[in-house]
Design a protein around this ligand. Structure first.
Ligand SMILES: C[S@@+](CC[C@H](N)C(=O)[O-])C[C@H]1O[C@@H](n2cnc3c(N)ncnc32)[C@H](O)[C@@H]1O
Length: 340
């Protein structure tokens, strides 16, 4: 489980270099789409582009991390850019690589997407996202990882990571696509999603169906990094604070928590909510329940001042990133305070 690159290593035996696609990992894809990955080669890599003959070239950058891991391949480069439909052949990605004097056409098989069942997608994200469910999760994963990187606490180097409220692994699944050194855990109150993860994502992470209220099964300080996407956006105030205390208990000294919140991007849409958030920093609105989830699971809004005042006893606010997650949720980056 530790340090593996992937659900789908794409290293080709008959090429004079190793090539790995980090994104996308699965088809079907709608063109144009973004491609990211790396090549480790003993000879200079001059260009990487669409293998379907459309003359689209990708940006190349050195990848010292890849070169360091492969001393026999000093010319390690990352590639990144957008390609059109010519770069796809069914479930395979076609790339053209100019390495030394030669051009190589490379066919890289991608996994066909197997998203969770429709009703679980609806429970997690409100509708059926199908083939886009995991690619969208990957974008969020990258944003969360960047937030950890900003405070010099890299997610992929954390010893134990928890995705709190992981649903059916939309974000967590990305750990299968990146090099990481830690042990990954996901938990959720939704036992059906946890059971699905245990069947379909068991090679990536361990899972736990937690109760609606703390405590959880883990000992104090079990995790060094915790992230949580769209969970505190749904909890009533008291339950929220109970979970803030529990996540504080679960983090080790100096551990970092990244949480998504409904910030101004959301509360400014409704004057009554905006007024309540302006007055006391928090609002909670009830409405139609989500099928399969408890009645408390509604909609919550926060101001950053509220977080400083109410979560501040447990966490130091290192950063507040408005409308950061998929251009919508705020992210707060928090460091665990020592026990008072
Ligand atoms: C909007 S979904 C997001 C799921 C996942 N984080 C993602 O981004 O795809 C919210 C999730 O929070 C879970 N949840 C709500 N309250 C929770 C709690 N107290 N502990 C763990 N999970 C909780 C729900 O079951 C649901 O799976």
């Amino acid at each position: 489980m530790r340090g593996r690159f992937t659900l789908r290593p794409s290293v080709m035996a008959d090429l004079p270099f190793q090539i790995h696609v980090e994104f996308p990992t699965a088809t079907p894809l709608k063109a144009p789409f973004e491609v990211r990955g790396w090549i480790a080669s003993s000879r200079p890599v001059l260009a990487v582009g669409n293998g379907g003959g459309e003359g689209e070239w990708l940006e190349l950058k050195p990848r010292p991390d890849v070169a360091e891991a492969r001393p026999d391949s000093p010319h390690a480069v990352g590639f990144r850019g957008w390609v059109g439909s010519g770069a796809l052949d069914g479930d395979a990605l076609l790339l053209l690589v100019r390495c030394g004097e030669r051009k190589h056409r490379v066919t890289l098989p991608l996994d066909p997407v197997q998203p969770p069942p429709d009703h679980l997608q609806v429970r997690q994200v409100g509708s059926v996202w199908g083939a886009n469910f995991y690619p969208a999760g990957r974008q969020i994963f990258d944003q969360i990882a960047d937030a950890f990187a900003q405070v010099k606490h890299p997610l992929t180097a954390a010893e134990r990571v928890l995705d709190f409220g992981c649903g059916c692994g939309r974000v967590l699944r990305s750990f299968g696509e990146v090099n990481h050194t830690g042990e990954i855990w996901g938990c959720d109150i939704d036992g059906e999603s946890i059971a699905w993860n245990e069947t379909n994502l068991a090679e990536l992470a361990r899972f736990y169906a937690n109760p609606s209220e703390p405590p959880t099964r883990w000992e104090d300080g079990f995790f060094s990094a915790i992230y949580t996407v769209s969970v505190f956006t749904h909890l009533p105030e008291e339950l929220q604070m109970a979970w803030v205390r529990e996540l504080h208990r679960l983090l080790s000294a100096g551990g970092v928590l990244v949480a998504s919140l409904h910030g101004e991007h959301y509360w400014q849409r409704d004057p009554a909510v905006a007024a309540e958030v302006a007055q006391r920093g928090f609002a909670y609105r009830t409405g139609e329940a989500t099928a399969g989830l408890p009645e408390f699971y509604m909609v919550a809004y926060h101001s950053i001042e509220y977080i400083r005042q109410n979560w501040g006893r447990y966490f130091e606010v290192l950063a507040h990133l408005p409308a950061y997650i998929a251009g919508a949720h705020d992210a707060v980056v928090l460091r665990r305070r020592a026990d008072s």
